[in-house]
Ligand binder design. Structure first.
Ligand code: INI
Length: 192
């Protein structure tokens, strides 16, 4: 595939002090999995520690905005409670948080959260409605919460387009790498 004019000019940032959350949908998992791997590999390559990458999943992209907000809230509750408390304490205090059930989430605040989903156009308008709602929902979530939420949602018109953007076709680029880089850059700049 010819090199594209698209894509951000790369920058180098040290992610060693960052804590990054990833929320991914489970729809179209054959595309989600390589995107998730590309994202995590890039985070690790930028110095983010494995223990500081927290991954949660939801059924589909529609659930991404609320899951990002819950992941953020769960970590804030844990970080602000004296002594840290336990996941059980967190469960008692905020059982409405989707991610309160995951002890791996209940810890220090996140510097950025990456939302990963794959929406593929079908024969109905479902694709349009979910794509529009999720993109606006994720933008509103990051502005409301004041935390970078990286838009890792593919909105494609065919399986081939999805495979190409997951790096599954010869010479294609895995967009998860861009999302990992963006999370590190925004996380570092946010804390600067
Ligand atoms: O992540 C996706 N969710 C999809 N639907 C499920 C949706 O995100 C919700 O999980 C569901 O509506 C329940 O709220 C998709 N389609 O319907 O085509 C899709 O392509 N991708």
């Amino acid at each position: 595939m010819a090199s594209s004019l698209k894509g951000p000019t790369p920058q180098q940032h040290d992610g060693s002090a960052l804590r990054i959350g990833i929320v991914h949908a489970r729809w179209n998992s054959t595309i989600i999995e390589p995107l998730l791997k590309g994202t995590k590999d890039k985070l690790l390559a930028c110095g983010v520690k494995e223990k500081n990458i927290v991954v949660e999943s939801v059924p589909g992209s529609w659930e991404l905005p609320i899951a990002v907000k819950s992941m953020y809230s769960a970590s804030q509750v844990q970080a602000s409670s004296a002594g840290g408390g336990s996941a059980g304490d967190l469960l008692a205090s905020s059982t409405t948080d989707l991610t309160a059930l995951s002890s791996s989430t209940a810890s220090a605040p996140f510097d950025a959260i990456i939302a990963i989903g794959v929406l593929i156009k079908g024969e109905t308008m479902h694709f349009e409605y979910i794509s529009d709602a999720v993109s606006h929902g994720l933008m509103r979530t990051q502005l409301d919460l004041g935390i970078p939420v990286i838009f890792g949602v593919l909105t494609v018109l065919s399986d081939e387009q999805a495979k190409a953007r997951a790096g599954l076709l010869s010479g294609s680029h895995n967009h998860g790498e861009d999302w990992g880089s963006a999370a590190v850059e925004l996380g570092v700049k946010r804390g600067a």
